[in-house]
Design a protein around this ligand. Sequence first.
Ligand SMILES: Cc1cc2nc3c(=O)[nH]c(=O)nc-3n(C[C@H](O)[C@H](O)[C@H](O)COP(=O)(O)OP(=O)(O)OC[C@H]3O[C@@H](n4cnc5c(N)ncnc54)[C@H](O)[C@@H]3O)c2cc1C
Length: 130
Amino acid sequence: MTAASTTDFLVVGGGIVGLTLALELKRRYGDCSVTLLEKEPACGLHASSRNSGVLHAGFYYTADTLKARLTLQGNRRLTAYCRERGLRLSRCGKLVVTTGPADLPGQRPTGRADAGAQSRPQGPSGQDTS
Ligand SMILES: Cc1cc2nc3c(=O)[nH]c(=O)nc-3n(C[C@H](O)[C@H](O)[C@H](O)COP(=O)(O)OP(=O)(O)OC[C@H]3O[C@@H](n4cnc5c(N)ncnc54)[C@H](O)[C@@H]3O)c2cc1C
């Protein structure tokens, strides 16, 4: 493949972040050129295809922080993306086991159960699918 000598947008790295960014740039600015550089022979050969494959629910972030909200939003959007394209997704849920009273709902500062309860993804009919 020959790379263009000029481009409106240059994205370096064809993992999930670079590919999503390039796609979004093309969607928003359809008339602009977007070039993606990948050092490997194909895209997605590193972390994006070698991870645990979990759609995180934001349990490990303090409830209502930007990270927790983005994680939850990402969970919903990726779920919708998979459904629209008939991609297999196991909604197996998550069992959070407390290691002490501090992890119980209402307890601070850890309160993982609270974070989980507040960041619980909902299915299309409102059922809990975290
Ligand atoms: C063990 C492990 C388990 C994980 N489990 C999960 C999980 O269950 N759920 C989850 O949501 N996230 C998980 N993650 C995190 C997730 O995989 C990463 O956050 C995500 O894949 C990062 O995407 P990326 O596009 O930034 O990086 P990558 O997928 O690593 O892509 C970067 C790309 O840039 C290319 N590149 C690098 N340098 C250059 C260069 N100089 N020029 C051109 N190209 C270059 C690389 O070849 C690569 O293709 C996990 C991560 C790890 C390591």
